[in-house]
Design a protein around this ligand. Sequence first.
Ligand code: BGC
Length: 782
Amino acid sequence: MKKTSTIFLLLLCMGCAQTASTSQEPAASESAAQTTMPATSVPARSSDPEMDRFITDLMAKMSLDEKIGQLNLVSVGFDVTGPIVSENVDENIKRGNVGGVFNTYTPIAVRKLQELAVNSSRHKIPLIFGYDVIHGHRTIFPIPLGLSASWDLQAIERSARIAAEEATADGLNWVFSPMVDIARDARWGRIAEGAGEDPFLGSRIAEAMVQGYQLDNMKDPNTVMACVKHFALYGAAEAGRDYGTVDMSMQRMFNEFMPPYKAALDAGAGSVMTSFNEINGVPATGNRWLMTELLREQWGFDGFVVTDYTAINEMIAHGVGNESEVAALALKAGVDMDMVGELFLKELKANVERGTVTEEEINTACRRVLEAKYKLGLFEDPFRYINEERGKTAMLTKEHREAAREIARKSMVLLKNDKNTLPLKSSGSIALIGPLARNQRDLIGNWSGAGDWKQAVSVEQGIRNVMGNKVKINYAKGANLTDDAQMIRRLNAHGGELELDKRSSEAMIKEAVQAARNSDVIVAVVGESQGMSGEAASRADIGLPGQQLVLLKALKQTGKPLVIVLMNGRPLTLPWEHENANAILETWFAGTEAGNAIADVLFGSYNPSGKLTVTFPRHVGQVPIFYNAKNTGRPFNGEELNKYTSRYMDVPNEPLYPFGHGLSYTSFTYSKPKLSKASMTAGESLEVSVEVRNTGNYDGEEVVQLYVQDVVGSITRPVKELKGFQKIMLKKGESRTVTFKLTADDLKFYNNQMEYVYEPGEFKVYVGTSSSELQEAGFRLN
Ligand code: BGC
């Protein structure tokens, strides 16, 4: 007996319809076919009749040009985040040709543009002000991949809350976050911006961020509207190259990639950003199945959709039409706002005149944009987010910095710690080596928005702050971050600020080795520069760049204990480092308070508790590698000479560090999981409990992880899937019973007919400290 959601039967039909039409017709006729489809009208239909009335009245006075103007989002001000920038912005605002602005902040700059809109445009419609507030605004938190490694939803929500407080104090009311793209390919630079590879954890984090940004009231001048991105599947680019093609089965799409978008929308996110990739052969930005049938008709989303940067124009290169056709395609797909490309502005009116777009379709998009402004309270007071006083007092406060330090500590993952090398002793001498040891620029990461790297605490400074004169620091840079002239040029062209030491690498290494010889322990702070991950920053070789590995090998030769502190925006391949270092601490790019937080962890005033949310491969050739994979018909069974099994000839199948891995200065033991019953029927619930004991010498936090495997399915099922986690604090010697509840709903998936079902049968339950250290139990679903 299967439970079927009728909604998803519908979904199947729509998915099929689209696939059929795209496979049978050439691209050009696809766009032609779409332009003749009936428009989805969004008349006043919200649960707020006052808003509906207000907007209906306003729109009755607006010309077609003015309505199209509301659909135009321009970039001007302090940041350039895409290939072109907007021109004639002041003039366009006065003419009513602009609905929103991004990359402008500070109360003064925002006020100037808002005044233009409300004093000089015909209908005095306020502008919406957006920005890429990704992991903090002025106070910068760890990059999102690092935040996710905290597995601490309250901490993550708090980081979004503080970001919203600072962003609104800078005149902003809309943030291009959360980025919820599931990513399994470490080559893709934007893996840094998301919550990793798992849809369950990614969904919980998406909800926490939306809540932190919006609270339950978008009119509050301390809240911002969230924008969920990049809808959809942007993290699945082929070969990990940014902006690349995406192609996957509907089952993978809905079981593994869609959940976080849906979770963010169910949490109330007010807007959605399209992605650059195609889905089922149709670019997301022109994909009516995605933006209307799925997003609005099935998921019930009632906010507005903005494109990614010039994504409408880019559909020309995708090969689905010319300027006029792609503008029509996007509008008809359900896009409401055109980011920077200005093709709506340029082409929609002519499309209406030709009859390829209806005025009704433009009304629909315009209404949605105006509704967003209404929900933000901008019609009541266009200046409600502009408060010069808050602009001066709300930024980088002591409280925000303390939170940044606390959250940064929680994000760090202890990958290895042989014989308790860490924490370090609070006396003696340290050879502090590496291109990131004194660095400030890279600590705030790549999407650091309005963050000022000069405010960031370096590792060297952090150690001094925490330890004072108790430890002696012998510093040497040891190596540049990279020696690749082409990469250096590219990084510096986009704000890399890469500081290069002109000495030969031999001379730098010699100095570092000398510093190591004079010290009790080596702390090597190595990794990537911030610009090596993030947008348009894919790498094919994901090892430590430049001469850094050569440096580490030379340091190892000294025989001194070697602690590696990593900074990076993606999983790196670290086989030598794992074999040879005594301890490895992954710190990502930990933000404004990075150095203090790292020192807290190194010297033991904080016991690390982070766990990986992405798999670290041994070798780039294993990519994509992720824990919730499917089994093969010929799984490798450890038999060395059995040829016909699924494995590599040259590297093991297993990753270097699995999803969920992360050590602590203390140790935890787990009892076998106990189930409250051996079988359950739908409608019932089952409890899984496990006793966790802190058996080491420190108080510490542990992320207790619960995975489930559906042993036999109508389609093949992953070897395990995360279904729950709890982060608990245990004092040394303390133990606690941790209980998880499972219901049949937790066991649902999309089957081959795209029905969302659970299937009776045998299930395995695994509980433990990482996805590869688990104890097993089982039950039946009747
Ligand atoms: C990125 C988005 C970002 C937008 C605006 C695009 O290039 O893909 O993530 O929000 O620019 O800066």
